[in-house]
Design a protein around this ligand. Structure first.
Ligand code: GLA
Length: 722
């Protein structure tokens, strides 16, 4: 059950497992006192004493704020740490003095204007209103607590109730104060083709952070951070996780102060950011989420996965079996015509595949990546009868039809750019900087957003499209607009995101049947913001099964299997040159939204037989693979083996995946302790006929037999005996 208790001194949010507690201190300072396992009652004295605040002297004096755990810290009045809010008055002064006004609880989950946020009925919302007298600025802190996951979501709405403009120079989404610093900071960082690798290091005095200034959450690092006790492992120990429901430039970092207390903060990246809040205007801060688990990193991920499943991903596809797809990108790149596509699709249909996706190169005069983004009309040289003709042929084969777009982009060589050069993102008088030979549209301009919406809606109405791959292949340069006045140019990166979100929310509402997959040069914009509109994200342009073990392992820290696009591609792999057996490629891709990215006509009969068998099996078990409980077992970051298991919600079926990157001669067989099973149940391994009790599988383990050779893999199905 969720509850919010508000008394004179304390505000307590909780569900059956977690508590989040704030204190109201004289003269109206909102403190953060506790986040962790559920508490029945709480006395603030002990925690305040730890910070040197005597219980008989709760009245706060200026100058000691520096040692006070604060709920939404601002700058300039005695707190010398990095704050969450910087608001500059018209006279230039940037100190901020937020005092508690009132708080109220309500049923349900708050919504945010213009921004994605978690949703759900089984939630309660808390609104805490703070006020700065001098600025005449009201800050409403928003919180939600859910019944089914150990997550607190946060946001804030900042309102200028005065008559002069206020300049917001920082407005963080979340802030968590912890009384000691015995934590490791875990982040997910990488690059194109090696996204979301796991990094873990001990925090120490000073600041450790990750951030993006790219206008996208980025390949380089994810809007996520966890603080885990040094002894916390996958299966045991305390950990706090934080993530943003946001897809643009961000900041996420932990600061250890001189007394060893920690402040974890995240939100919009405040470099090259400010927001002019005119009299009467409001600014809504992107949502942040905080997770607590005392069941290790696997426990933290379980909370994030439940959040994604029940409160982030929405619409028809949120809980539906995702179609097995074949995408033509790695099969043909730009070199295709209708005949070629139909021959690939025909083979796909024969093999039981359900969706054919036409990737880049079908529009304008696009034969390579130098032209045509923005000219979203069919390239008649390749498809003389048009997209509708192709999609009809595909549908006649019994397949669904999907199409690739990169709607946020504009090629300098495009009719659109020739007509509207001012629609490209730019700083006036600066030369364009191209990325992948293309520019980005100015989505801070509502006219451009309207154009993109109408263009997409037109295709969705006319072309028989069941699935859209929404790509975004480069990051911001000269992040500005011809339309914004100079004193608002720093608002551009966030205004771009608001424009993008407005298009996505209109499209997904108008076309609820369509399955959207988000993509950004692979997994360059894999975040809770995009997942709020599109239920799956292309995990990485790297389709090599061994690389994917690491990428999907790291991705699973926050994101569940049903959110990760994962495909079987040709060998030698186009990104790494590695040759892996087809069953390894299938086993690894099976732990996500499964598909193929190759020309099946080029496979041997034997390989096709394996593909057919995999398609049959995946259709049988995909409910479990996508929506079951996912547990990481053996880490590719610690050895040669990657193992994970997905267990059905009723614990009656499970799929175990083990992949070894390099053969280990004369080595003991890998012994893997499983997780998530029912200790009392007896399970049969369908592939081997062996029978084990759940407690043995979880406490002693199982030693699956791997085939010989490098990149060997096995996938086992466990079924509980009646
Ligand atoms: C990006 C995507 C790929 C493919 C290409 C097409 O790199 O990640 O999957 O769609 O663009 O240009």
């Amino acid at each position: 059950m969720t509850e919010i208790q508000i008394t004179d001194r304390l505000i307590h949010l909780r569900n059956d497992r977690i508590s989040y507690i704030m204190g109201i201190m004289e003269p109206g300072i909102l403190t953060h006192l506790y986040f962790g396992k559920r508490l029945e009652s709480f006395r603030p004295e002990s925690i305040l004493r730890r910070y040197g605040l005597k219980d008989e002297e709760l009245r706060l004096k200026k100058g000691i704020l520096n040692n006070v755990p604060l709920e939404y810290p601002s700058w300039g009045l005695g707190d010398m740490r990095e704050g969450s809010l910087i608001a500059r008055a018209a006279d230039g002064g940037a100190s901020c003095d937020l005092r508690f006004r009132d708080a109220e609880a309500a049923d349900g989950k708050y919504r945010l204007d213009g921004l994605p946020s978690a949703y759900g009925e089984n939630a309660k919302t808390l609104r805490v209103r703070l006020y700065d007298e001098k600025l005449r600025m009201r800050v409403t802190l928003l919180y939600a607590v859910f019944e089914d996951c150990d997550v607190i979501t946060r946001s804030a709405v900042i309102e200028n109730q005065g008559s002069e403009a206020i300049e917001l120079e920082r407005a963080a989404s979340l802030c968590l104060e912890l009384p000691d610093d015995r934590y490791d900071l875990i982040t997910l960082s990488g690059a194109w083709a090696r996204e979301r690798a796991v990094y873990r290091r001990r925090i120490c005095p000073g600041e450790m952070s990750v951030s993006s200034l790219r206008g996208a959450s980025s390949h380089i690092t994810s809007p996520f951070a966890a603080l885990a006790r040094p002894e916390t492992s996958e299966s045991q120990g305390e950990v706090y996780g934080a993530a943003l429901v946001y897809s643009g430039s961000f900041y996420m970092g932990a600061q250890v102060d001189s007394n060893g207390a920690v402040r974890l903060q995240g939100g919009l990246n405040d470099r090259h950011f400010s927001w002019k809040l005119d009299a009467g205007e409001t600014f809504t801060v992107p949502e942040g989420v905080l997770v607590y688990s005392d069941c290790g990193l696997d426990g933290m991920s379980a909370q994030f996965h439940t959040l994604c499943a029940n409160h982030i991903v929405r619409g028809k596809w949120a809980k539906a079996p995702r179609p097995i797809l074949l995408n033509n990108w790695e099969a043909t790149y730009f070199a295709f015509d209708e005949e070629k596509l139909l021959s690939i699709a025909k083979k796909a249909a024969e093999t039981g595949i359900e969706l054919f996706v036409l990737d880049d190169g079908w529009f304008g005069h696009r034969d390579d990546d130098h032209s045509s983004l923005g000219d979203w009309f069919v390239y008649e040289k390749k498809l003389p009868d048009g997209i509708r003709h192709l999609s009809d042929r595909i549908h006649e084969m019994g397949l669904k039809f999907g199409l690739w777009f990169e709607p946020e982009m504009i090629s300098p060589d495009s009719d659109l750019f020739r007509k509207h050069p001012d629609w490209a993102m730019q700083f006036q008088g600066r030369e364009h900087v191209e990325g992948r030979n293309q520019l980005i549209l100015d989505l801070s301009n509502p006219e451009v957003c309207e154009h993109v919406y109408q263009m997409m809606a037109g295709h969705l109405r006319e072309d028989g499209i069941d699935y859209i791959k929404w790509d975004m292949n480069r990051n911001f340069t000269n992040p500005g607009s011809m339309r914004l006045p100079p004193d608002r140019m720093k608002e551009f990166p966030h205004r771009y995101m608001l424009g993008l979100y407005s298009i996505l929310s209109r499209l997904t509402e108008a076309f609820p049947e369509v399955l959207f997959e988000s993509c950004s040069g692979g997994g360059g914009r894999f975040d809770l913001g995009m997942l709020s509109f599109m239920p799956q994200t292309w995990c990485s342009d790297n389709t090599d099964a061994i690389s994917r073990c690491r990428i999907q392992w790291g991705t699973s820290y926050v994101f569940p299997p049903f959110s990760m696009g994962a495909h079987v591609s040709a060998v030698p792999n186009h990104q790494t040159g590695r040759i892996t057996p087809i069953n390894t490629r299938i086993n690894v891709a099976m732990s996500g939204c499964f598909g193929f990215e190759l020309d099946l006509n080029r496979l041997t009969e034997e390989e096709i037989a394996q593909v057919r068998a995999a398609v049959v099996r995946i259709k049988e078990v995909r409910e479990i693979l996508l929506y079951g409980e996912f547990h990481r077992l053996s880490s590719p970051y610690e050895g040669h083996d990657t193992a994970w298991i997905t267990v059905s919600k009723d614990h009656k079926r499970a799929i175990l995946m083990l992949t070894r990157d390099l053969a280990q001669p004369n080595a003991n067989a890998p012994m893997i302790r499983l997780r998530g099973l029912d200790a009392q149940k007896t399970y049969r391994v369908l592939e081997t006929g062996e029978v084990y009790r759940g407690d043995e599988l979880m406490n002693s383990g199982i030693t699956p037999e791997l085939p010989k050779g490098d990149a060997a893999s096995v996938s086992l199905t466990l079924a509980a005996e009646e």
